[in-house]
Design a protein around this ligand. Structure first.
Ligand code: FES
Length: 103
């Protein structure tokens, strides 16, 4: 194993897991949310500074849609499509904080 540096500054992992039984994030609109955020990041030239990534189960199935922000190590649950603008604002704010830390 080798540690590798990469240019991504903020990564937002959205659980898009689809389990055959029990609660999970995919049927709650996770794929659509991820797709909309990914398109927004690309259209606004934020990618790869802000990277939107699908993940498997994050361990908060009954509270999904769940997401984790890296490197902030913040977890978000009960996300719904109506939170799209709020998430965009949050990602921009957190990305700017990271830029200031680099200065
Ligand atoms: S299925 Fe999304 S957190 Fe478990």
């Amino acid at each position: 194993m080798k540690e590798r540096e990469h240019s991504t500054e903020l990564q937002f992992f959205i659980c898009c897991n689809d389990k055959p039984k029990g609660e999970c994030c995919s049927p709650k609109g996770a794929l659509d949310l991820r797709s909309q955020l990914k398109d927004w990041a690309k259209q606004n030239n934020l990618h790869p500074k802000i990277r939107i990534t699908a993940s498997k189960c994050l361990g908060f199935c009954s509270e999904g849609i769940a997401a984790v922000m890296h490197p902030q190590n913040k977890t978000y649950v009960n996300i719904e499509g109506k939170h799209l603008d709020e998430i965009k604002k949050l990602l921009l704010e957190e990305s700017r904080k990271l830029e200031k830390e680099d200065d």
